[in-house]
Ligand binder design. Structure first.
Ligand SMILES: Cc1cc2nc3c(=O)[nH]c(=O)nc-3n(C[C@H](O)[C@H](O)[C@H](O)COP(=O)(O)O)c2cc1C
Ligand code: SF4
Length: 454
């Protein structure tokens, strides 16, 4: 793939290939798109060979950190006499991140098939889906798809006559961002308040009910059936050397056609904007996040950064969840960072002091800067607090909360200083709304000189 290729050729729909079909979520539609073919191949393999294949495909976790999926499965100790568990992380709550929910809504069988394959590989007989509780329509659809899979013999006892057993439990969380952190998720699933656990031991050794557990993201597991069905060579022919395969990029914000764009890893924002109609008409890109609000922001200097784990890392951020939130020049960066920081302060679980106190303090400072009441030294204080949260908190929520502060001050310090100097916010918040331009277009235009003299 090169930057000069026509934009539409960049797309590689796999998980999203059936989304425009009639009833894409049904088993019937899934069967028309090679559904459950990967499972048949997997069940004919030895579980260790299956783990080796997923390792060799180079699939990396799509939940944010990009950890190699096959390697994670290999960490599960064998012949230990304990039950093994697979837990799918469908908590998806990070601002901007919106790929797993549409994927589950439109194509739940891709996840179920992937879960049967993964469970067989790690010798698990009971797997769980931990779904963000607010998305009730997705919960209903998942329940229906799991029931359909039981009826068709893809779940339950002696799956497809292989002697393999698997039950799936769908669990709805109560809607806390921290329950997406894998160890907090396990605590929550066990019925406790969701707070991160001290590691080691890691979930692969002592996870759910103190037994070996794999926690994987929805998209990671849903990507596995296609690797089985089409082969690891097909998968590695997509993407880049260290970040092979396809993935869902979620474009939101000031973009003409927001939505999910499934493309090989390593495409650039410039290419994705070409496909999605660009930044909204009459405006220009100001800043964007490559992987949700926890990843350091980028600017228009970074339009050609390859969106894979290495490319984004080398440019100073993280690929994260590939949630590309686009902001044009009407957006006040201080306002955007204040909103994100309010989210982190609200979602901080309170277990450790740097995050619990730091995020609260950051919000106070940001609010007063935004309101034009900032004081000399506030920017240094923001940086100092962010520095005391980043890397010094108990879990990565703290690091994520520090990201927007330090990256916005790196690229937009002058805008913060303008708030301090002018003692007001120099932006009109209404101009950043989606209806602002439509309103302007409808408003009566001032008479031209010709009209006045006619
Ligand atoms: C605060 C916080 C929230 C997270 N939320 C999610 C989430 O909603 N979904 C997810 O898959 N991973 C989330 N993660 C990452 C998980 O801890 C874990 O790394 C991931 O589920 C592993 O799956 P993967 O290897 O397939 O990427 C979160 C991490 C943190 C620190
Ligand atoms: S960093 Fe925040 S969310 Fe994570 S354990 Fe500490 S207080 Fe809880």
């Amino acid at each position: 793939m090169t930057a000069t290729e026509p934009a539409e050729k960049l797309l590689s729909p796999v998980l999203s290939a059936s989304w425009d079909d009639h009833r894409p979520w049904s088993l019937e539609t899934y069967h028309r798109h090679e559904g459950y073919q990967g499972l048949r191949k997997a069940l004919a393999m030895d579980p260790d060979a299956l783990i080796a294949l997923v390792k060799e495909s180079g699939l990396r976790g799509r939940g944010g950190a990009g950890f190699p999926t096959g390697l994670k499965w290999q960490f599960i100790p064998q012949n230990d006499g304990k039950p093994h568990y697979l837990v799918v992380n469908a908590d998806e709550s990070e601002p901007g991140t919106c790929k797993d929910i549409p994927l589950l809504f439109a194509n739940p069988h891709a996840l179920i098939e992937g879960m049967v394959i993964a469970s067989y590989a790690i010798r698990c007989e009971h797997a769980f889906i931990y779904l963000r509780g607010e998305v009730v329509p997705v919960l209903r659809r998942l329940h229906a798809a799991v029931a359909e899979a039981y009826q068709a013999g893809y779940l339950g006892r002696d799956i497809l006559g292989s002697g393999v057993d698997l039950d799936i439990t769908v669990h709805a969380g109560a809607g806390a961002y921290i329950c997406g952190e894998e160890t907090a998720l396990l605590d929550s699933l066990e019925g406790r308040r969701g707070q991160p656990r001290l590691r080691p031991p890691f979930p692969a050794i002592a996870g759910l009910y103190a037994c070996p557990t794999v926690v994987n993201n929805v998209e990671s597991i849903a990507s596995v059936p296609s690797i089985l069905a089409r082969g690891k060579e097909w998968f590695t022919s997509l993407g880049t050397e260290k970040s092979p395969g396809f993935t869902l990029y979620s474009l939101s914000g000031h973009v003409t056609n927001p939505g999910q764009y499934e493309a090989p890893l390593g495409v650039t924002l410039r290419q994705l904007l070409d496909i999605s109609g660009g930044v909204r008409s009459g405006h220009r890109l100001k800043f964007w996040t490559p992987g949700g609000s926890s990843t350091p922001m980028f600017t228009d200097e970074h339009l050609d950064v390859p969106l894979d784990y290495e490319g984004v890392g080398a440019a100073g951020s993280m690929l994260g969840t590939k949630a590309l939130q686009i902001f044009d020049e009407t957006t006040c960066v201080v306002r955007a960072v204040t909103r994100w920081t309010e989210f982190y302060a609200h979602e901080s679980c309170g277990k450790c002091t740097p995050c619990r106190e730091g995020t609260y303090w950051l919000v106070q400072l940001l609010k007063r800067i935004e309101a034009g009441a900032g004081e000399a030294g506030d920017l240094e204080k923001l940086l100092d607090i962010a520095d005391n949260i980043n890397g010094k908190s108990f879990c990565a929520l703290g690091d994520g909360a520090a990201s927007p502060i330090s990256s916005s001050l790196q690229y937009f310090r002058a805008e913060y200083e303008q708030h301090l100097a002018e003692r007001r916010c120099p932006f009109d918040p209404a101009a950043a709304t989606v209806w602002a331009d439509a309103k302007q277009a409808k408003a009566p235009q001032p008479a031209t000189e010709r009209e006045v003299h006619a």
